[in-house]
Write a protein that binds this ligand. Structure first.
Ligand code: G7M
Length: 308
């Protein structure tokens, strides 16, 4: 195969730039389309390797709301009934972005199944099932899966976005899902150690870290946006997508933030409290979780159950 010379198209890390991926994307199929959140994932190929792009309609900037009426063009299918009227139209603000775009390239099979339309199912994980199924699954995951985390920790990526760094403890930075508005604040705190795989690893040894993350997140949200602790929701995912310990920091006003639902989110305050009561709470607890039916872990749980 002739290698395409795109040295100037690649970033510092040698990975293809978003611009390059967009220009060379050969569409294959839609993976999923959430018409409520206006988020679509499409699969395609770049340089003959799988690539995933997501396009998400952004909210109107508050400052532009006063111009919405004047910027509306091309009304279609207008209906008027008494005092009510509705139609479809185009509102455009030149130069103002209206879509949040993300790319994964090269994408793995795991990414393709993660972003494909699928049912979510409830799995009940006992400590024994964790030891026999989940832990071996985590241990065989390729190390490159969390390369993005290492890049943040060692400063090779997103260095200019890091909001706070507590040396050898954790960093706090915007989650890639954050649209930048305080009402939908979405930060992530990443522990600067690789031995905490998930909630299952936590014991009293980690209380200092958990409390320091909580204190820093609250202080930073207060300093930057005047938000109080009561306006924040700090939580941990189980199962997470990445088995390197991290805490999600979101504004409570972001009512339907992705991944805040029961069956995946565990409030940090509850986690701290449980560990304070019992050092080995998360090693002894049965933890139900929801998972996509195409997730490889779900297949492993199914195999285990059919073998019972
Ligand atoms: O589901 P889990 O608890 O593992 O959540 C991982 C979080 O990390 C999600 O909220 C992602 O949006 C976020 N995230 C994933 N990646 C690959 C990146 C990244 O490269 N940079 C940043 N800032 N956040 C990411």
């Amino acid at each position: 195969m002739v290698e395409h010379d795109c040295s100037d198209e690649h970033g510092k890390s040698g990975m293809a730039s978003l611009e390059y991926i967009l220009r060379n994307f050969q569409f294959e199929r839609v993976l999923s389309h959430d018409t409520r959140t206006k988020l679509v994932y499409v699969l395609g190929r770049v340089e003959d390797k799988p690539a995933i792009l997501s396009f998400e309609r952004m909210a109107y900037d508050d400052k532009l709301c006063r111009e919405l009426a004047a910027r509306t063009r091309g009304l279609k299918d207008a209906v008027e009934n008494n005092i009510y009227g509705w139609a479809e139209g185009t509102v455009s603000f030149e130069g103002a972005p209206d879509t949040h775009i993300k790319s994964i390239f090269p994408a793995t099979e795991l990414h393709v199944s993660k972003y494909s339309e699928q049912a979510r199912l409830m799995v009940v994980e006992t400590p024994a099932l964790y030891e026999n199924i989940t832990l071996p699954y985590i241990q065989q995951l390729p190390a490159e899966r969390i390369q993005w985390v290492r890049n943040i920790l060692d400063g090779t990526s997103e260095a200019d976005r890091v909001i706070y760094r507590q040396e050898k403890e954790f960093v706090i930075l915007p989650d890639m899902k954050w649209d930048g508005s305080p009402e939908s604040l979405y930060w992530v705190a990443i522990a600067d150690r690789e031995d905490i795989l998930s909630l299952r690893s936590l014991t009293q040894e980690h209380l200092g870290l958990l409390k320091a993350i909580r204190a820093a997140a609250c202080r930073l949200a207060q300093e930057r946006y005047g938000m109080t602790q009561e306006q924040l929701r700090l939580f941990v995912h189980y199962q997470p997508s990445y088995y390197h310990f991290h805490v999600h920091i979101t504004a409570l006003s972001f009512v339907d933030a992705p991944g805040v639902f029961v069956g995946q989110a565990h409030l940090l305050d509850t986690v701290i409290n449980n560990i304070e009561m019992y050092n080995d709470y998360y090693q002894r607890a049965t933890l139900p979780f929801t998972i996509g039916e195409r997730h490889p872990l779900y297949a492993l749980f199914q195999d285990a159950q059919s073998g019972e």
